[in-house]
Design a binder for this molecule. Structure first.
Ligand SMILES: *Cc1c(COP(=O)(O)O)cnc(C)c1O
Length: 410
């Protein structure tokens, strides 16, 4: 073909090598191509091995290419991939049974991502007030430094300005107040407030666990004003923090909570879970998704949830998280570079005294993958099967990265 295009064997046009990427540059990508994964390990296209302490951002909670999930997916691939939600989907019913039997929720809506799950939660909250309660309430209060997704409604719900730049006008009906500020929260509640939306640990925002006393206050405020409590468990759910869902640490039962990331072991799935009294707000035709809860996706979800629950992997995350925390404190506790180590289970943040972007790259050169959470916080998210040996190895590599970084500055 003319104008710089080649064609594939099948006749499709492809750009020549050396030209600009054909992708929108929405990601500042690291210069690594990861081509194979197994358990806690990844390999790049040069054959170099990496210890994965980020798990695709809390997605591969069972490690890479878990065999039991792969088997179920392979069986399903040979049987049936997709049917419309206009039909009965037994796998979807089964996944919903599993999730509700193991949580405070009574009903599930399946979709394909975290942002979509939060969209469903926001829509359900509005519709409950407007159709069931008939009170016209619509506003959702969220918190500064929160992260709820990238669709227009969920980026508006997100309490960080950087995700909103250039996307005006934003949808109406959202307010953010500082986390742990009871007065600001109470002042924000009005006649139109429908719900409060909260992460139990602000993950993207810097790994900040919410204080129990504040959670109690939010629950009480919601009860008093008839607001729905929505908990975003997209990063904290599926065993990651040492409970199946992080709100269990606080002994609370949200009206609605959302999951995604870890629920399909890497297959893209999201879900919005709610209390039974919300059923009458989401009647037939009120919400939907072409790909939500297909037989293929549900094979991944059923296998994943059965394993996490059956093998008590949340307990394992709690135990390994304690070990990781203890190793980090003993190896890095005295480092002048480290301000604080915090988190729950296997969602851990190491707050440093300066930006850590260079450390992420230095870690990659040493064969350790981790991510930032905000500019100064190193975020560690190993899989739930991580071993003590792998933790020892990761802590040693991380300590070397920090020591070499501080030595080079002197
Ligand atoms: C990742 C994340 C989202 C968005 O999920 P997507 O699948 O990327 O849309 C929302 N909330 C939290 C807390 C997350 O960590």
């Amino acid at each position: 073909m003319s104008n710089g295009h080649n064609v594939t064997a099948g006749g499709a046009a492809v750009k020549e090598k050396g030209q600009e990427s054909a992708l929108f540059p929405t990601y500042a990508r690291y210069p690594l191509s990861l081509v194979k994964g197994e358990g806690s390990w990844l390999w790049d296209d040069q054959g170099k091995r990496y210890l994965d302490f980020m798990c695709g951002l809390a997605v591969t909670n069972l490690g890479h290419a878990p065999k039991a999930v792969a088997e179920r997916l392979k069986q399903q691939i040979d049987t049936l991939w997709h049917v419309s939600n206009l039909f009965q989907i037994p796998g979807q019913e089964q996944a919903a049974q599993l999730l509700t039997a193991n949580s405070c929720a009574d009903a599930v809506f399946f979709c394909n991502s975290g942002a979509e799950a939060n969209e469903a939660a926001i829509k359900l909250a509005r519709r409950y007030h407007q159709k069931v309660k008939q009170n016209g309430k619509y506003e959702v209060i969220t918190f500064t430094q929160s992260f709820h997704g990238r669709t227009l409604a969920t980026l508006t719900a997100t309490g960080q300005d950087k995700v909103k730049e250039g996307f005006l006008p934003l949808p109406a009906g959202f307010k953010s107040v500082p986390l742990h500020d009871k007065e600001a929260l109470e002042a924000a509640v009005s006649d139109v407030t429908a719900a409060v939306m909260l992460e139990m640990i602000q993950a993207e925002g810097g790994v900040y666990p919410v204080e129990a006393d504040f959670v109690d206050y939010v629950v009480e405020l919601c009860r008093e004003h008839g607001l729905l409590l929505i908990v975003d468990e997209i990063q904290t759910g599926m065993g990651r923090t040492g409970k199946l869902f992080a709100h269990e640490h606080y002994g609370i039962e949200p009206d609605i909570f959302t999951i995604a990331k870890g629920v399909g072991s890497g297959f893209s799935v999201g879900a919005m879970l709610g209390k039974g009294y919300l059923r009458e707000a989401f009647t037939a035709g009120s919400h939907g998704s072409t790909f939500g809860g297909t037989p293929l996706a549900m094979a991944a979800v059923n296998a994943t949830v059965e394993i996490i629950v059956g093998e008590k992997l949340a307990d394992r995350a709690a135990e390994m998280g304690e070990y990781l925390m203890e190793r980090l404190n003993s190896r890095l506790g005295d480092s002048p570079f480290v301000k604080e180590v915090r988190g729950k289970g296997l969602l851990i943040g190491i707050e440093c005294v300066e930006p850590i972007g260079e450390l992420v790259l230095a870690g990659q050169r040493k064969g350790l993958l981790f991510v930032p959470a905000g500019p100064n916080v190193i975020r560690l998210l190993p899989n739930l099967y991580v071993t003590k040996e792998e933790i020892d190895q990761a802590v040693e590599l991380l300590a070397e990265v920090i020591e070499e970084h501080t030595a080079a500055k002197k």
